[in-house]
Design a protein around this ligand. Structure first.
Ligand code: C2E
Ligand code: MG
Ligand code: MG
Ligand code: MG
Length: 292
């Protein structure tokens, strides 16, 4: 192989790229089939009110169960959907599925909670996200105020003026808006104050090293104070320890999500959790006005 130098190197990279491209195309067509054949499922992770310890909502997180490969994580297939145009149908399916599930829990008289659905960059900027959301609400019968859409900071930073128009139209439907992974993107505070945002979700990378990292504690504290002073609520993602939760409680953070309470779980398991929560609230007496 020596002596041919440059051309060999070129061949190496070129073959590699073809392989990556081929794998991508293969994954894309498998994903298309998975959607058609019902191999996609939503998992749900509870969101907890830090002051009361009650479940106030859940985040819907997509899972792909491949008959051969097993579970494929959204970190792997959402990017493929994003660049292939599949994110439109995939996102529409997820939205409607989440709304129908939340409405079904309401119909069963379980404690009233909201459901949060992730919206990715292309889904937000390139698909009819407003029409899709309206349709999901209509078809499921879920009241808009029970739905929250999570948009990443980077999606808003990309084209802030267009983003503002879409956010206002979504807000007009009556739902709640959250910024996901807050602190990891490049959104300017000037834009942030114009956006009609209800909830800031502090990215888990800032929570992970609490209480060891003084920097991360300072950042989390600052985000809580800033968000709340701008009229938003604040949720901490990726809470795994009692010490992290205690820090957040001391600094008045509103909500948390994380393995410390529970991993994301299948709808049937989440339903059991809600039944347990219903019993717990009942034992607390009628002044806990969580029931509908
Ligand atoms: P995300 O929206 O920021 O979701 C939080 C991720 O953190 C989830 O990973 C969740 O399982 C994980 N997580 C929750 N608590 C903890 C914890 O205590 N420790 C650790 N280490 N991780 C925790 P997941 O489910 O793999 O989702 C990854 C990302 O994929 C999501 O990040 C979201 O950006 C995207 N995604 C998931 N479902 C959908 C969907 O239906 N539509 C779109 N567009 N994107 C989705
Ligand atoms: Mg999210
Ligand atoms: Mg996040
Ligand atoms: Mg994320």
């Amino acid at each position: 192989k020596e002596g041919k130098g440059g051309s060999n190197l070129w061949c190496f990279f070129s073959e590699n790229m073809t392989l990556a491209a081929r794998e991508r195309i293969a994954l894309e067509s498998r994903l298309r089939n998975a959607l058609a054949q019902g191999h996609l499922q939503l998992f749900y992770q509870p969101q907890i009110d830090i002051a009361s310890g009650s479940i106030i909502g859940c985040e819907a997180l997509m899972r792909w169960f491949d008959p051969v490969e097993g579970m494929i994580s959204p970190g792997r297939f959402i990017p493929v959907a994003e660049t292939s145009g599949l994110i439109g149908p995939l996102g529409a399916w997820g939205l409607e599925q989440a709304c129908c599930q939340a409405q079904s829990w309401r119909d069963q008289g379980l404690p009233a909670i909201s459901v949060a659905v992730n919206v990715s960059l292309h889904q937000f900027l390139l698909t009819d996200i407003v029409g899709c959301t309206r349709k999901a609400l209509e078809r499921s019968g879920l009241p808009a105020e029970c739905l929250e859409l999570e948009i990443t900071e980077s999606a808003l930073a990309e084209r802030p003026d267009e983003a503002l128009v879409v956010l206002r139209n979504l807000k007009n439907l009556g739902l709640r808006l959250a910024i996901d992974d807050f602190g990891t993107g490049y959104s300017s505070l000037a834009h942030l104050k114009r956006f009609p945002i209800d909830l800031l979700k502090i990215d888990q990378s800032f929570i992970r090293d609490i209480p060891q990292s003084a920097d991360d504690m300072a950042i989390s504290h600052a985000v809580i104070a800033m968000g709340q002073s701008m009229g938003m609520e604040v949720l901490a993602e990726g809470v795994e320890t009692a010490a992290q939760l205690e820090f957040l409680r001391q600094h008045g953070c509103n909500f948390y999500q994380g393995y410390f309470c529970s991993k994301p779980m299948a709808a049937t398991d989440f339903e059991k959790l809600l039944r347990g929560e219903a019993q717990r609230l009942m034992q607390q007496g009628p002044e806990a006005e969580i029931f509908e």
